[in-house]
Design a binder for this molecule. Structure first.
Ligand SMILES: NC(=O)c1ccc[n+]([C@@H]2O[C@H](COP(=O)([O-])OP(=O)(O)OC[C@H]3O[C@@H](n4cnc5c(N)ncnc54)[C@H](OP(=O)(O)O)[C@@H]3O)[C@@H](O)[C@H]2O)c1
Length: 357
């Protein structure tokens, strides 16, 4: 079990996605061979940017169709790989039995490969801090790897908290299976925060946070749930975190590592940052829309104080992946520019400003 060797082959699930695409790119940059797993390799709208990567022309990057709702879809793809970066979403998070079934067949492919040494399980900071009762964050405000949401809360149900529950199910399923493999492979969890940064393909605009910035550019955006500030990571740093975890000799099966810059910024300030960082653009910043019912709005000050009291820690990731995280300003700037140039977003501009012809 353990770290992957230089130049070895790594499979990336969810490779057409925002994070997966950057994991592919960073692995290629560092000299690995990459098997990019996408739902449909013939879907040029989603795979065109992968085909345009230089490694595709030489054959160092190959594309593979795999719908993870089909058992065994990774059997052939994983055979010969030393590493797996499991980045993909699943089709639903509200059905724990389904989430477990998907984990089990991916694990069977890892076990059957005879070659995989390490799997990176992409979880989320939701699996660290998505509390059914926000006041639990006031009680345990340090957000670090050993923290889980209060699992004893009766309101922590699949309907309300399916995403964070599904992520915890997956983290544990992989760690237990790796343990049962007798040390043939290990599973390390990466918990990314709110990913901001450059998109690589127009279809990637649709993700959560980059879509939020696209909405700001287009003139309408919403308040974040429970007035939570954005707690961000640059998507390139999430990718570097995953590569760093694949390479590390200092990590152990079942450990989890959070990928975030440890910055927090309220959504209104994220929007205002666009004009501050790119004054030449002339962004006409819209006002935020608050869609919450009155009973939530009445608690705005309380919620904001709880979030302000949280402490975000990234010491473990910086140590094992030997990296520093980019400041959010850099992520916002590069996200905006990519949304306009790659994503075709047309920003709302103040009078006297226009995009170059
Ligand atoms: N973005 C964030 O801020 C963030 C934060 C924390 C954690 N994460 C985690 O990071 C991972 C990647 O997120 P992302 O933002 O990169 O999402 P994304 O852009 O939506 O990419 C996810 C990918 O998963 C693939 N996928 C979904 N269902 C599939 C299935 N049944 N079979 C095969 N592929 C399937 C999608 O393929 P199609 O394109 O074909 O649908 C998509 O390319 C997820 O596990 C997410 O929970 C993301």
């Amino acid at each position: 079990m353990g770290a992957i060797a230089a130049g070895s082959t790594v499979a990336v699930t969810g490779a057409a996605g925002f994070i997966g695409g950057w994991v592919v790119r960073r692995l290629l940059d560092r000299g690995y061979r990459v098997r990019a797993c996408v739902r449909d390799a013939e879907d040029l709208e989603k795979t065109g940017f992968l085909r345009a990567m230089p490694g595709y022309a030489s054959g160092r990057l190959t594309l593979h169709s795999a719908d993870l709702d089909e058992d065994g879809c990774f059997d052939e793809i994983f055979a010969g790989c030393q590493g797996v970066a499991h980045v993909s979403h699943v089709s639903t998070y509200t059905d724990a039995a389904y989430v477990r079934r998907v984990c089990d067949h991916i694990i069977a492919s890892v076990d059957g490969s005879g070659s995989v040494n390490r799997v990176i399980v992409t979880s989320s900071i939701a699996a660290v801090m998505d509390e059914a009762d926000v006041s639990e964050l006031a009680r345990r405000p340090v957000l670090y790897e050993d923290r889980f949401p209060d699992e004893s809360n009766e309101r922590r149900t699949p309907e309300r908290k399916g995403y964070s529950m599904g992520k915890v199910v997956a983290e544990r399923a992989f760690a237990e299976a790796a343990e049962a493999s007798g040390g043939r492979w290990d599973a390390i969890t990466c918990c990314p925060a709110d990913n901001v940064g450059p998109i690589l393909s127009a279809h990637q605009r649709r993700g959560a946070w980059q879509n939020g910035i696209a909405n700001m550019l287009e003139g309408e955006y919403s308040q974040t749930a429970a007035y939570r500030p954005w707690m961000t990571v640059d998507v390139r740093d999430t990718a570097d975190s995953q590569v760093g975890l694949l390479e590390s000799v200092d990590v152990r099966n079942g450990e989890r590592y959070i990928a975030w810059s440890a910055e927090k910024r309220d959504v209104e300030d994220v929007c205002a940052s666009i004009d501050r960082l790119l004054p030449e653009l002339g962004h006409d910043a819209p006002a935020v829309t608050d869609p919450f019912p009155e009973r939530i709005q009445a608690r705005e000050a309380e919620f904001r104080a709880i979030w302000a009291g949280t402490e975000l820690r990234n010491d473990r990731m910086r140590r094992v992946a030997r990296m520093e995280f980019r400041p959010l300003d850099e992520s916002i700037r590069d996200c905006v520019e990519s949304l306009i140039t790659v994503g075709g977003v047309v920003p709302q501009l103040r009078e006297g400003f226009a995009l170059p012809a």
